[in-house]
Design a protein around this ligand. Sequence first.
Ligand code: OAD
Length: 241
Amino acid sequence: MSPDQYNSIVVLTGAGISAESGLKTFRGKDGLWEGERPEEIATPQAYAQNPEKVLRFYNERRRLLLEGGIKPNPAHVALAEFEKNFTGNFTLVTQNVDNLHEQAGSKNIVHMHGELTKVRCTEKGDVYECLEDITLDSPHPNHPEIVGTLRPHIVWFGEVPFDLDIILEKLATCDLFISIGTSGLVYPAAGFVQAVPETCYKVQINLDYTPNLPHFDLVIDGKAGEKVPQFFLNRLPHESI
Ligand code: OAD
């Protein structure tokens, strides 16, 4: 059955979908966590102990995303194009903090791990778009007298992902679930494949083996930039841009 014959689709994406755009994945050779201890960067404790290091990490990633010539690849484009023409319910849940799905034109996106282009005030809890570096001297955008309270609007290990209630509701009623470019190692996202109805058709598109692979009905090995346009649009990737 082709994807447009389903009623309610949930797509889960991870760092692998942005790899062909030039953004590093987390794990494996040359990954962002290679030679780093994630707990020294992506935790509230790391931020409390060494905020400069944590801010530097996210500033570098924001700068690369905004100034490094990073563009959506055929996988992002195919998802956006499919969503535009699909008449059913379509939810794109991403663990990625980049904005490549938005740039490609996707609409119904849930950023469960936050967004690189947003910051949050740790005192007031309000969230702002931010396209620049943040430092310990950065003033609050609306309250210049408050300084040094902005943190990346990113979910760190030990924190609760955003919009889990919306995600679980969509998972509970979907009839097609597709996981793309994620290692299946980080929960709760790794368990989403088990949160869908028994009758839901479950597809994985990924380069490497994942531990949650036995839960999928169809496993497509390969690069997202090739396989996603084929799966969603029945097209070769170069035809989708
Ligand atoms: P990972 O780096 O753990 O996994 C990326 C997956 O993408 C791997 O399984 C690769 O085989 C696959 N991959 C790489 N290139 C690909 C390509 N061109 N096409 C298809 N697949 C490809 O990244 P995530 O699973 O997204 O969380 O990581 C999950 C979370 O762990 C992240 O959101 C982040 C991280 O720590 C936080 O920072 C809280």
